[in-house]
Structures are given as C-alpha cells and as structure tokens.
Design a protein around this ligand. Structure first.
Ligand SMILES: C[S@@+](CC[C@H](N)C(=O)[O-])C[C@H]1O[C@@H](n2cnc3c(N)ncnc32)[C@H](O)[C@@H]1O
Length: 283
C-alpha cells in the first residue's frame, strides 16, 4: 500500500491528466518528449537488464602511470565535452601502448585536437557537410565542423555517415577509439557493433561519450545501446569513468568502486583557466 504522501502525490498527478491530454491534442509531437525521456529509457533498460544497476566506477588516475596532461584546450561551448572527458582521452592517449586514435563525431574538433598532442596517428569521422545540409542543419553549425582539428595537419578527417560506412574498408585496428557521434539508441548500438567487429585488437581501449548526462546521471538509452552493442561476453570489461560523462571498455585489471548517484565528494579539482584569442576560419 502507498504511504499517505505517496497517495497525495499520485492524486495530484492524476488531476493533471485532463490538462495533459488537452496539451497533447494541440501539440501531438510533445508525446515524443515522454516516450524519449530518461525515465522511459530507464524502465526499458530495467526490463532487459534487471540485474544491472550501473557500471563499476574507475578513476582516471588509475588508467595510466604516465604523466597526466596539464593543458587542455576547449571552446567551452555547446557540444563541448567536459574538461574531465578530454582529460580522460588525453590520459589514455598518453600511454606508451597508444599509437593510434579513431573517433566518431568530430564537431569543432576539440577531442581529436587534444588527443593529437599525444598521438600522431589520428582519424576523425563526421557526417559529410552535404548530408548535414540535406538534414536541414543551420549553415553556421555545419561550417564550424573541424574548425579546431584542421589546424593540426597530422589529423586525418573522413567525411562519411557511420550508419552506412564499412569500417572494414579502413583495414586497420586502433589503440584508442572514441564513440561520440549520433547518440540515439540505434546509432550508438550500430557504431559500437561496427567498432567491435572491425576496429579493435587485443589491447584496444574504447570510450563512449554521453553515456551519462553528467558524471552522476546515467543516460539509459545510450547505456543500453552500449551493453547491447558490445555483447554479453564484454560486459565485464565495461566501466563508468568517475567525474566524466564517459563509459570505458578496458580489458586489464583495474581498481573499481561502486557508482553512487548521491555520492558525497571526497576530492576537488583545481583548474587554472587562461583565455586566448582564436580566429575561426569557416570552410
Ligand atoms: C557530440 S559531437 C562530437 C564532439 C567531439 N567528439 C568533441 O568532443 O569535441 C557529435 C558529432 O557527430 C556527428 N555525427 C552525427 N551522426 C553521425 C553519423 N551518423 N556519422 C558520422 N558523424 C555523425 C555530428 O555531425 C556531430 O558533429
């Protein structure tokens, strides 16, 4: 039986149903907000994976013995990864075992640009500009793709849609792979399956961005796509990287802790910010 507070809460919600129906009749597309909500995705997730609450957590400092990168560059604008996400990528890239990097999702090129400070063999993949135009994206958004990454000539840019691209045609395996393209369930699953089929080798490390909305709020649609995409035999190698929005595929032994959405902080980051001019050349 529901406690009194629960009954009152339920009654107050039920009273809102006529207003909800009236809004949905006027703006039917709003139903998508409900169906695509994180709560709906969580319910679906729990039906498929009733025994998985979250991934075990790992800390960036336990992923490498090499010196941590100190300078990270970011526009700190819409679509920018967290500084801790970039720090994770640079830490993984700085390991002696890491000599090649592939990413899905270039955007302004911030992630690959920072990784390229540690790894000279970098390939970033993004939708072709023409395809983005056909999808009706804003011209100024389209033309900003790669504005930072084109400044480093070592970075290779490949314009293709990963939905149809044959990753096998690259005829290459990568040490570090960052999956950060389309974040819908279908595309994260498809990108993941293709990466695991064609691009990984014994010690490859894979990072997914936006597996969480923030370091303490899991994004269940993406989480489920990762679990479905890697296959059950690889679930034991998946981790939530603490203080980031990233999930990690890592085969080596590593110290873990239990994810806690209400964790009380036990450390604080000291970040020095320095602004410098950047002249954007739109292509
Ligand atoms: C979140 S942004 C990438 C951000 C970048 N990795 C960073 O951290 O600086 C996602 C990018 O994926 C691209 N994208 C979306 N769907 C794609 C697809 N099917 N194939 C290739 N690129 C795609 C978008 O154009 C967008 O630029």
């Amino acid at each position: 039986m529901l406690p009194t507070g629960g009954i009152l809460n339920m009654k107050s919600k039920l009273r809102k149903i006529p207003a909800l129906i009236s809004v949905l009749l006027k703006e039917p597309y709003l139903i998508n907000l409900i169906l695509k909500s994180n709560e709906a995705a969580k319910n679906k997730f729990q039906q498929k994976y009733p025994n998985i609450v979250a991934l075990p957590q790992v800390e960036v400092k336990d992923l490498s013995d090499e010196l941590m990168p100190e300078t990270i560059e970011s526009f700190l604008m819409d679509g920018s990864s967290l500084i801790t996400d970039l720090h994770l990528l640079m830490t993984l890239a700085g390991r002696t075992a890491c000599n090649s990097y592939l990413e899905i999702g270039t955007w302004r090129g911030e992630s690959v640009y920072n990784v390229a400070k540690q790894v000279s063999d970098c390939l970033t993949i993004n939708l072709p500009k023409e395809e983005m135009r056909l999808l009706g994206f804003h011209e100024q958004y389209i033309r900003q793709h790669g504005v930072l990454s084109v400044q480093n000539k070592n970075i290779s840019h490949l314009e293709t849609n990963t939905r149809t691209f044959d990753f096998g045609s690259l005829q290459k395996k990568f040490d570090l792979i960052f999956i950060d393209g389309d974040h819908s369930y279908d595309m994260v699953r498809s990108d993941t399956e293709k990466v695991f089929k064609d691009l990984i080798k014994e010690n490859s490390v894979v990072v997914w961005h936006d597996y969480a909305y923030n370091p303490q709020k899991i994004r269940y649609e993406v989480f489920q796509a990762i679990l479905d995409g890697v296959g059950e035999e690889n679930h034991r190698h998946l981790y939530h990287v603490k203080n980031t929005m990233c999930a990690l595929f890592w085969r080596d032994e590593i110290k873990t802790s239990v994810y806690d959405a209400y964790e009380i902080p036990e450390k604080i980051y000291e970040i020095s910010l320095r602004e410098k001019a950047f002249s954007t050349v739109l292509k």
